[in-house]
Ligand binder design. Structure first.
Ligand code: MN
Length: 226
């Protein structure tokens, strides 16, 4: 549409607009970098399997689960995930596992970039100092949450609507409370995220992942939280 951004000083790219409005049938998003773009922390083989196989399977299974529910096909992913308690079984479990899998992987892949010594800045850096003591102390706690998550799951940095930060863990493909918190980023600690390259050394993977965080995107999510 030519008048999509009429009256706006800053026009968001089309990709960001369609991201928010995406509904059934969901389509896997391409990585926002090349498959070898996160070397040496994550190699291309790991990203190919993780993105092209694991993430794609969650997308396919979510679409299959929604195929017989036309009334849910107009809902965004977030709308589906905050209304799980209204769904009948077995749909609820299918959307919880596969819708969560899609949501979590899209944020995970979108929250990384090539390791170039990036660190937080601006409002988010100030909030980290306020809520965790320092960036270094935050890193220790984030690493502990990720390495210490028993079994398969995720460790997240989330913000309250007022801007208070916290680190949370979720199991399997569960999401945090999306009505009350704004996820800034997360780390996948399922073995499939790192096993090809790191085998059982989850701590080494998490240490590397800390260098991949795309702080500019996290800062934008933090500043735009609502
Ligand atoms: Mn994964």
């Amino acid at each position: 549409m030519t008048d999509r951004c009429a009256g706006l000083f800053v026009c968001p790219p089309e990709s960001e607009v369609t991201m928010r409005e995406e509904t059934y049938p969901f389509v896997a998003r391409p990585l926002p970098y090349e498959y070898d773009g996160l070397i040496p922390v994550l190699d291309a083989e790991t990203l190919h399997f993780h993105h092209d196989k694991h993430y794609q399977t969650y997308v396919d299974n979510l679409n299959a689960a929604l195929a017989d529910y036309p009334e849910l096909q107009q809902k965004s992913l977030k709308e589906l995930l905050v209304s799980l308690d209204k769904m009948p079984e077995p749909l609820r479990t299918a959307v919880r596992n596969n819708g969560g899998g899609v949501y979590n992987h899209e944020l995970y892949f979108d929250s990384m970039r090539a390791p170039q010594g990036q660190e937080p800045s601006g409002e988010l850096a100030a909030a980290i100092d306020r809520d965790f003591g320092s960036y270094r102390q935050w890193k220790d706690q984030m690493k502990q949450a990720a390495v210490g998550k028993f079994g398969s799951g995720w460790a997240w940095l989330v913000s309250s609507q007022e801007g208070g930060l916290s680190i949370v863990q979720t199991a399997n493909q569960d999401v945090p409370n999306l009505k009350e918190t704004v996820p800034l980023f997360l780390v996948d600690v399922w073995e499939h995220a790192y096993y090809l390259q790191y085998q059982n050394r989850r701590a080494d993977y998490v240490e590397g992942w800390l260098r991949l965080i795309n702080w500019r995107k996290a800062e934008k999510r933090y500043e735009e939280r609502n």
